[in-house]
Design a protein around this ligand. Structure first.
Ligand code: PGA
Length: 241
């Protein structure tokens, strides 16, 4: 893993954007994208850049089951607002939260086929405080592909900050699996803030275990981790150069 420690999320977002820009200039065409607070500074750099996205395809990690694309809490809406309204891609895929209400398995199968037909060149990830990647929570098998996942109480609580009240947070999501993520040619994982420091340490220094889903990235051949000093604060010094 290549580890880049920056002062804060502003510098981290700029560093992440440079990696995507370089990858795209070198031929990357399919990008796996992510939502959440972490990638916001990356997308800010992206929208103010002159990067042409007309030939790019994006495949997002996940979507809540039951939310319409125009629901402001949906990940579809998040992507429109933070990136695609200003930088439309040739084609952008986000799991269909409504199709998933009727038939989650069909929605998941459909998404796995999309990933198969569009192999991901660069996959963007955040990380949860418990080491989750997307909604792949501790205990998820490393073999998982896109499926419906029940959200844990902790994740529901963490995500309730975006909703008027906790009862409005959907109870499940359609989420790319760990095997889908590992199939990307390159992975860029971003994390900022002290509350991610322990998960970052476990991901990088700990054993590879399904109890820390992100630890599987130790086995991927091309991973760049972009963190700020706070997220790096529990790491052994040898990783902080
Ligand atoms: P965050 O979420 O970017 O909002 O911190 C990341 C995650 O939980 O995967």
């Amino acid at each position: 893993m290549k580890i880049i420690v920056k002062e804060n999320d502003i510098e981290g977002g700029a560093a992440a954007f440079k990696i995507f820009e370089k990858g795209i200039k070198n031929g990357a065409k399919v990008l796996g994208l992510a939502t959440g607070s972490t990638p916001v500074t990356l997308y800010q750099n992206w929208v103010k850049s002159d990067l042409n996205c007309d030939n790019l395809t994006s495949i997002n990690l996940d979507e809540y089951v039951g939310l319409k694309p125009d629901n402001p809490q949906s990940y579809h809406y998040f992507m429109q607002k933070h990136l695609f309204d200003k930088k439309p891609f040739k084609k952008s895929y986000v799991p269909d939260g409504l199709e998933a209400t009727k038939d989650p398995q069909a929605a998941a199968d459909h998404y796995n086929q999309i990933i198969k037909d569009n192999p991901i060149d660069i996959q963007l990830l955040g990380i949860g405080r418990n080491g989750h990647i997307a909604f792949n929570e501790p205990g998820s098998s490393f073999d998982t592909v896109t499926r419906e996942v029940k959200l844990t109480d902790n994740t529901i609580k963490a995500n309730s900050r975006f909703f008027d009240n906790i009862d409005e947070v959907p109870k499940s999501a359609i989420c790319m699996g760990i095997a889908n993520i590992m199939s990307a040619k390159k992975v860029v994982l971003m994390a900022f803030g002290k509350n991610k420091a322990h998960a970052i340490k476990e991901m990088i220094e700990g054993p590879v275990t399904e109890q820390v889903p992100a630890s599987i990235l130790q086995k991927h051949l091309d991973v760049v981790v972009i963190i700020d000093k706070a997220a790096a604060s529990e790491l052994d010094d040898k990783y902080k150069k």
